[in-house]
Design a protein around this ligand. Structure first.
Ligand SMILES: O=C[C@H](O)COP(=O)(O)O
Length: 250
């Protein structure tokens, strides 16, 4: 059965001392029993510190990216094996900021997913349409294309290891959130795509997260939708009390 997951994507925020403060805030106020799996995704420079300081807690650590190669002459890059060695169990792959700013293509993302899975890192694979596509009613088409091109080569066993994050680009960092009905509609569509490609039991095992301006004030309503299994949280994950309130929203 699929899991509830709340993942915080810190993006390019938090140096080491800020990481320390944020993690202390999280661990000191962490409820004894959690309603969701909790993941934090600090920048590379804080990953090892995060792992070391969270290993006695239920909070898991994700990277915000992963390289598609094993090793070698790729100046500035970090391999899956290196990530694994500092305690990373999840990797965000295909965030819209990487697609847009760093021109990551569906073909590249496919190889990144393979690399993560080969190294036993669970990908949090991001898909979602831009505002123009939403306004033209092409959002279903966009997410179908993104999903098919990067993931449908996977076996059912590997597909079940993915977490999908639906993040409408127009809702990221803008304060605009998809309505709970809009989120449910497209999450259900994504689950149906998975069921049609694989089968219903695979579709029922994959957690589909919503991302885009999730805050303590709107999390409960969004997470209350039948096919929304949690959230990928940007801005609100940088404040421990807000992030924990979102975790508690189930
Ligand atoms: O990865 C997280 C998303 O980009 C959402 O960011 P946000 O919560 O700041 O809108």
């Amino acid at each position: 059965m699929r899991k509830n997951i709340v993942a915080g994507n810190w993006k390019m925020n938090c140096d080491l001392s800020e990481t320390k403060v944020l993690l202390e805030g999280l661990t000191q106020s962490l409820p004894a029993s959690l309603k969701a799996d909790v993941i934090v995704s600090p920048p590379y420079t804080s990953l090892y510190y995060a792992f070391e300081n969270l290993k006695d807690t239920p909070i898991m650590v994700a990277s915000q990216n992963i390289n598609e190669n094993d090793k070698g002459a790729f100046t500035g890059e970090i391999s899956a094996k290196m990530l694994k060695s500092v305690g990373v169990n999840y990797a965000i792959v295909g965030h819209s900021e990487r697609r847009e700013i760093y021109k990551e293509t569906d073909a590249l993302l496919k190889t990144k997913l393979d690399q993560a899975l080969q190294n036993e890192i669970c990908p949090i694979f991001c898909i979602g349409e831009k505002l123009e596509a939403r306004e033209e009613g092409k959002h279903f088409e966009v997410v179908k294309h993104q999903l098919e091109k990067a993931t449908f080569h996977l076996t059912a066993e590997d597909f079940k290891k993915l977490v999908i994050a639906y993040e409408p680009v127009w809702a990221i960092g803008t304060g605009k959130t998809a309505s709970p009905e809009q989120a449910q509609e497209i999450h259900q569509y994504i689950r149906d795509l998975i069921a049609n490609k694989y089968n219903q039991s695979v579709a029922d095992e994959v957690s589909i997260l919503y991302g885009g301006s999730v805050k303590p004030a709107n999390a409960k309503e969004i997470f209350g939708q039948a096919d929304v299994d949690g959230g990928l949280i940007g801005g609100a994950s940088l404040k421990a009390t807000d992030f924990l309130a979102i975790v508690d929203a189930f």
